[in-house]
Design a protein. Structure first.
Length: 249
């Protein structure tokens, strides 16, 4: 059972390297790449508007990396005395490393839903909230914080751009390499993978592979597209994905 990892660089290569070190046959097939976000230049000014006890959210490690590069280039420091949050452990560690702030994040499922269940986010009326994220994506965090009375601003720190492939050529390549397990970590990538592979190969190969995803929400999307064999990892980080993939053997 060969494994195809579709998450972007560098996480995708890192997971493939760890799988190969364990004797598994694995390949990297990134579906998206990252570029500078349209609103990144506004970040210092947006951070400067945050008062003590206002809220800062990082949706992904990529948002933190692009944000830190911008602040370093403009010699602007992360604000102190604000409440900082991240969707998951990896993003929380990245944000803490560059800002020195204590970061709150959900300890079980790394999703916006579980983040919004944190006690410190139940009473946010009158506070400013700045969300660092990429282009597009879900609006649940923005909408829920607004409904709870916060003034929410979104800073697009990076853009996700689809990688372009010849779908027929790639489908032939991966089927012939014996790919039977697919790792997909977002709905955007799941849709792109489905659209990239020609219909004949979808029916005869793609939808017959076991799909490893990172949330029940994503699993439901996959079922609606046509997958039947779906495994949900505990979280979206490579440690959790590796444990899940090992369990399949």
């Amino acid at each position: 059972m060969s494994i195809l990892v579709t998450r972007p660089s560098p996480d995708g290569e890192a997971l493939v390297s760890r799988l190969r070190a364990l004797g598994r046959e694995a390949w990297h097939f990134p579906l998206i790449e990252f570029a500078r976000g349209n609103a990144l230049s506004q970040l210092p000014a947006l951070l400067g508007k945050l008062a003590p006890d206002d809220l800062l959210f990082a949706v992904s490690r990529h948002a933190v990396q692009f944000a830190q590069a911008e602040l370093a280039a403009t010699r602007f420091n992360w604000p102190a005395h604000i409440q900082a949050f991240a969707v998951g452990r990896t993003t929380a560690l990245a944000l803490h490393t560059v800002s020195g702030l204590p970061i709150s994040y959900p300890r079980d499922r790394e999703t916006s839903e579980t983040l919004l269940q944190l006690p410190e986010l139940q009473n946010v009326a009158g506070k400013r909230a700045l969300i660092l994220r990429g282009n597009g994506g879900r609006e649940l965090l923005t909408e829920t914080l607004s409904e709870r009375g916060a003034t929410v601003t979104v800073c697009e720190c990076y853009q996700r751009q689809p990688c372009q492939y010849d779908g027929l050529e790639e489908a032939w390549r991966w089927q012939n390499r014996g790919i039977r397990i697919l790792v997909v970590t977002s709905g955007e990538m799941l849709a792109q993978l489905t659209n990239t592979i020609p219909e004949l190969y979808r029916t005869n190969w793609l939808f017959r592979c076991r799909l490893v995803v990172v949330s029940e929400r994503l699993a439901q999307v996959a079922r609606e597209l046509g997958w039947e064999e779906i495994t949900v990892a505990e979280n979206a980080d490579n440690d959790a994905l590796l444990r899940t993939l090992q369990s399949l053997y």
